[in-house]
Each structure stands twice: as structure tokens, then as C-alpha cells.
Design a protein around this ligand. Structure first.
Ligand code: PBG
Length: 326
């Protein structure tokens, strides 16, 4: 390439039409997935204080959101359940009448295959102690016992008709066990999205209010990744791919764009990234104070995640991003 003055990169930035023609990354609604919280026993949707615009849903309101999402071309919806009753094992997680299977059936009835239905698989919303599986005497999550319960959850969600199950508990071996369980139960068509590089992040704070999954003591540092680790993410992603994951996820998204870019460079598998509750809440809070143009900042944040290598982005702003897609 010749230098200035024959080369002027500003030429292709002069008008909106020029910029639109040569943009490298477009946010198509189909690349967005909307996480949704469904709470058992709710009469009306309930706002989540720390996530402006996000609600805990009834089955009916979640189904309505599914119709809206389908109508504006959003790619999919990720279901989280908040059960009426919790216990030490989190047994409501695999209850076929629980919030996720019930919502999945209602959504499938309403939108057919017009939307990809994802279900998060973890015990933290279902245990009375808020941890991701049964606890050992030393207070850490029992890896292999938790994995057995994730298989039960995944089967209940597959029976209810979800397209994809997304194990988020960061237990070793969870993807292989779920794949075996699904295949043995004739659910070979149900895919697995592995939360493969999931960090022990402070950015999940607002989610724990939304999903009512706050912990009674302890943290998740003995299973989620250390935020300082970049090379280890390549190991985690590679292992989950080898265990049979169909899609690999990096989470959180914007503070981990280097991890996402590494994943894109190292692996030719579909990649997802999750713009988590804290990322969403920061932007919304600053916008509420008039400190940021909220819509523009949200679009830029999600575009950056897509640009760094995510084929699909999970974002609580999926509906408004899709509605405003040009
Ligand atoms: C676990 C799960 C969490 C999130 C998604 N799945 C919480 C955690 O690991 O503590 C966080 C999502 C968000 O913050 O938006 N079921």
C-alpha cells in the first residue's frame, strides 16, 4: 500500500453510506441471544432492581417475550429458572414441572422452531446454599456429584424440547457426561453449549439478584477460572471441544476480549460470548445518570464482542438491539 497523500483512509469514512458499505462487523439480530429469568409461582413479572429493563418472568410473560424476540429476528433465548422450593441438592433443577421445562414447552408451543431455545444447566438457582452443586465436608462443590445432577437437569430440559443445553457450573467432565446422558436417552439432536472459559467474576453480581442464586458463604473460585489466566482458557476450551461441545462460550465478554480473540484464532468451532449482568448494569447505570449515551454504548459494547470473535452474543439488550438494527 502506498503512503499518504495517495492513501487517505478517511475516504471510506466520509459518509454514512460509505461507512456502512465497508464495515467489517455487523450486528445481525440472529447473532443475539436473550437471557430470560422465569420464576415459579409469580403472578406478574417483577423488575430486577440492579438490571434496569430486566424482569423476572411468569410463564406467560416469558412466552410473550419469546414471540417478540421471534418477531424482531433475535436468534435465541436462554432460560434460567427460579424454583418455588430449594434444597441442599437442588432437586427442583430436574423437576419436569419446574420453571425451565414449563417455560420451554410454552415457548415451543408459541414460536415453534422460530427461535432457538437454550437452557442454562447449573444447580446454583436450585440449592438452598446457592452453590453450583452438592457441597463436600470442606465446603467445596463435589465435582462428580454435581455432574450427575447436571445430567438430570439436561435430560429434563431436553425432554421439554430445548434445542441447546448450556452447562455453566464449570465442573470438570460436565460436557462429556451430559453428551453421554443425552445420547443414551435418544436426545442426540440436542446440542451442548459449554460455558468453557468462565471466570470467577465480580461482574455476575446483579445476576445473583435476578436469579436469586446468592451464596450462603464461600465463593466460586474453586471451580470458575482465575481472572488472571489467559493460557488456561485455551486448555478449558480445547477440553470442552474434545468432550463434544457443539458451541464454546467465553464469559464475561468485554473484560475478556483477549480470551475470546485467542479462542477465535485457535479453534474452528462456533463461539459464543456472554455480556453478563454486571456489564449490562454498568452501562445502564451510567446511562441513567446521563453519563453515557446508553443505546450507543450498548451497541458498541456488543459489536466489540462480535468483532473479537463471538459468532453469537448473549445480551440482556438483545430485544432493543434487534429492534434498532438498521
Ligand atoms: C450459573 C450462571 C451464572 C451466570 C450464568 N450462569 C452465575 C454464576 O456463575 O455465579 C451469570 C450471568 C450473568 O451475570 O449475567 N448458573
Amino acid at each position: 500500500m502506498s503512503a499518504f497523500p495517495s492513501t487517505r483512509l478517511r475516504r471510506l469514512r466520509r459518509t454514512a453510506a460509505l461507512r456502512r458499505s465497508f464495515t467489517e462487523t455487523r450486528l445481525h439480530p440472529a447473532a443475539l441471544v436473550l437471557p430470560v429469568f422465569v420464576k415459579e409461582g409469580l403472578d406478574d413479572p417483577e423488575p430486577v432492581g440492579s438490571m434496569p429493563g430486566v424482569l423476572q418472568h411468569t410463564i406467560a410473560s416469558a412466552t410473550d417475550v419469546a414471540r417478540q424476540a421471534r418477531d424482531v429476528g433475535v436468534g435465541g433465548m436462554l432460560l434460567f429458572g427460579i424454583p418455588a422450593a430449594k434444597d441442599a441438592l437442588g432437586s427442583s433443577g430436574w423437576d419436569p414441572a419446574g420453571p425451565v421445562p414449563t417455560a420451554a414447552r410454552a415457548i415451543r408451543d408459541a414460536v415453534g422452531d422460530g427461535l432457538v431455545v437454550w437452557a442454562d444447566v447449573c444447580q446454583c438457582e436450585y440449592t438452598d446454599h446457592g452453590h453450583c452443586g452438592p457441597l463436600r465436608d470442606d465446603g467445596l462443590v463435589d465435582n462428580d456429584a454435581a455432574v450427575e445432577l447436571y445430567v438430570r437437569d439436561a435430560l429434563a430440559y431436553a425432554d421439554a424440547g430445548v434445542d441447546l443445553v448450556a452447562p455453566s457450573g464449570m465442573m470438570d467432565g460436565q460436557v462429556a457426561a451430559i453428551r453421554r446422558g443425552l445420547d443414551a436417552a435418544d436426545h442426540g439432536d440436542v446440542g451442548i453449549v459449554a460455558y468453557a472459559a468462565k471466570y470467577a467474576s465480580a461482574f455476575y453480581g446483579p445476576f445473583r439478584e435476578a436469579a436469586e442464586s446468592g451464596m450462603v458463604g464461600g465463593d466460586r473460585a474453586s471451580h470458575q477460572m482465575d481472572p488472571g489466566n489467559r493460557r488456561e482458557a485455551v486448555l478449558e476450551l480445547g477440553l470442552d471441544a474434545a468432550e463434544g461441545a457443539d458451541v464454546l462460550m467465553v464469559k464475561p465478554a468485554m473484560p475478556y476480549l483477549d480470551v475470546l480473540a485467542d479462542a477465535r484464532r485457535n479453534l474452528d468451532v462456533p463461539l459464543a460470548a456472554y455480556q453478563v449482568s454486571g456489564e449490562y448494569a454498568m452501562l445502564r447505570a451510567a446511562a441513567e445518570r446521563g453519563w453515557l449515551d446508553g443505546d450507543a454504548a450498548m451497541r458498541e459494547a456488543v459489536t466489540s464482542i462480535h468483532r473479537a470473535g463471538a459468532d453469537v452474543v448473549l445480551t440482556y439488550a438483545a430485544l432493543e438491539l434487534a429492534r434498532n438494527a438498521s
